[in-house]
Design a protein. Structure first.
Length: 320
């Protein structure tokens, strides 16, 4: 059962469920904010429907089977006739993508830097995993979400660990990918795929990484990592990574990390199957469809859940 509730500026609430439909809840691994779209019917000429619309800026919550899946704010609506409204809402990570800040980090761990960022900007924290990479950097006029992404990018190169950030019920979570594997539910065990498409590409592949100093006049190679077996098959594709002097000691680690991340054929899938509310971007799912080469553990790059009546389906963008 679906419930869509609006929280109005005068302190009252309004149940929008009866006059809304076509719910679509989506998120993407590269976009911090989740998005909810729905249609609403409100006819100003009909006494029973004239006061049902809600303005931009209204806070809403969306629940399915009594589980709260979305809390956020209406950021846009389109009206294409007298009675038909198409709404778009974003969760509270919307503000992280819009707000620009000035902040300086002095010899703190990445975890401490993110905690400082959240404390100074009123961001509630769900959980931040231990990220020991030391940060000394100034951000001037950067968006909050971009600062966090940059901090995690530096930490990933240093720690050889992939991190993921997301908002849940208005709180920020920073997790390791290894902690995001979804234990199979009944729906996921069945993995009944109604539609699929796949793609295989070497366009972004790198099988040799050379790390040099970022100083223009210094061309000395600090570290090299390469996969000779891959080079025999695909030819040599080299990437030159520039690092500042403070990171020269980490050059080999950086080269190895880039090769591990980029040194393989990119395999991606798009599948549509029965919906499961535990699945969202950033999760790891296991599939067993050898006949279409969909076998093993895949990362959910993006998810779109569609709710229509009692029918719940999800479209997933997957990558190894």
């Amino acid at each position: 059962m679906i419930t869509l509730t609006a929280y109005l500026s005068d302190g009252t609430t309004k149940d929008l469920t009866a006059n809304t439909g076509n719910y679509s809840l989506s998120d993407h691994i590269d976009q911090l904010s989740a998005e909810l779209k729905f249609d609403l019917t409100a006819n100003p000429l009909d006494a029973n429907f004239k006061d049902l619309w809600v303005p931009v800026g209204t806070k809403i919550s969306f629940t399915h089977d009594k589980i709260n899946l979305f809390q956020g704010i209406i950021t846009k609506y389109d009206r294409n006739s007298l009675a038909n409204f198409a709404y778009t809402a974003n969760d509270y990570a919307y503000y992280l993508n819009k707000s620009e800040i000035i902040i300086q980090f002095n010899n703190v761990t990445t975890t401490q830097a993110i905690e400082q960022l959240c404390s100074e900007n009123g961001i509630a924290i769900g959980s931040i995993c231990d990220i020991p990479t030391i940060v000394n950097k100034i951000y001037n006029g950067s968006k909050i979400s971009d600062v966090i992404k940059d901090l995690l990018k530096m930490a990933e190169a240093d720690q050889k660990v992939h991190y993921y950030m997301e908002m849940r019920e208005g709180k920020l979570w920073i997790l390791k990918y290894s902690d995001l594997y979804i234990q199979p539910t009944d729906t996921l065990v069945k993995n009944i795929i109604s539609e699929f498409s796949s793609s295989y590409s070497m366009e972004d592949m790198t099988n040799k990484v050379v790390v040099i100093s970022s100083k223009e006049k210094n061309t000395q190679i600090q570290a090299t990592a390469e996969d000779t077996d891959s080079q025999q098959i695909y030819g040599t594709v080299q990437k030159v990574e520039k690092v500042d002097d403070k990171k020269v000691s980490q050059a080999q680690s950086i080269a190895d990390g880039i090769l591990s991340d980029k040194g393989k054929i990119k395999k991606s899938f798009s599948v549509t199957e029965l919906g499961d509310d535990t699945v969202r971007a950033g999760r790891l799912l296991k599939f067993n469809y050898p006949e279409i080469n969909l076998e093993g553990v895949f990362l959910v790059k993006a998810s779109t859940h569609n709710y229509s009546g009692l029918k719940h389906t999800m479209r997933l963008e997957l990558e190894v």
